[in-house]
Design a protein around this ligand. Structure first.
Ligand code: FES
Length: 138
């Protein structure tokens, strides 16, 4: 099964938005959206063993700019770690919340919703599934 353009765009956009922010002198003045104009790969991203994500917790995949949570055993959620405030990348998880280092926004790892601003929009959700014990995002 191949990913839809929207799913691929989210993954690709997440990586590009974060890279663009850190490559520029400033991260802009508004909330960022994934770049829908870039070409996307058809291949889902393999994140490694599903067992690496704790039940009731989450794990960051820094290189892929993704966060995967497992709210209940066998149920996985995946989100872009590009902050919806100004595009910085979440760099840690505390108390089941993904934390943005730039202005301190916090996002629920199970839903992607904002727990603490200044961000107002939830993290972009990315489809994820388990195939042969491995997480596949996108
Ligand atoms: S970029 Fe401002 S809180 Fe994340």
């Amino acid at each position: 099964m191949s990913a839809s353009p929207d799913r691929r765009t989210v993954l690709r956009g997440a990586a590009l938005a974060g890279a663009a922010c850190f490559g520029a002198a400033a991260c802009g003045t508004g909330e960022q959206k994934p770049d829908a104009t870039r070409p996307a790969s058809d291949a889902p991203t393999e994140l490694g063993p599903a067992s690496a994500v704790p039940v009731g917790g989450a794990r960051l995949y820094a290189e892929q700019r993704l966060m995967v949570s497992q709210p209940t055993k066998g149920e996985f959620k995946c989100f872009s770690t590009v902050c919806t405030h100004m595009g910085a990348v979440l760099n840690k998880i505390e108390k089941e919340q993904g934390v943005c280092p730039l202005h301190g926004s916090r996002f629920d790892v199970a839903t992607g919703k904002v727990v603490h601003g200044p961000a107002t929009r939830p993290l972009e959700e990315v489809p994820v599934r388990v195939r042969n014990g491995k997480l596949m995002a996108g």
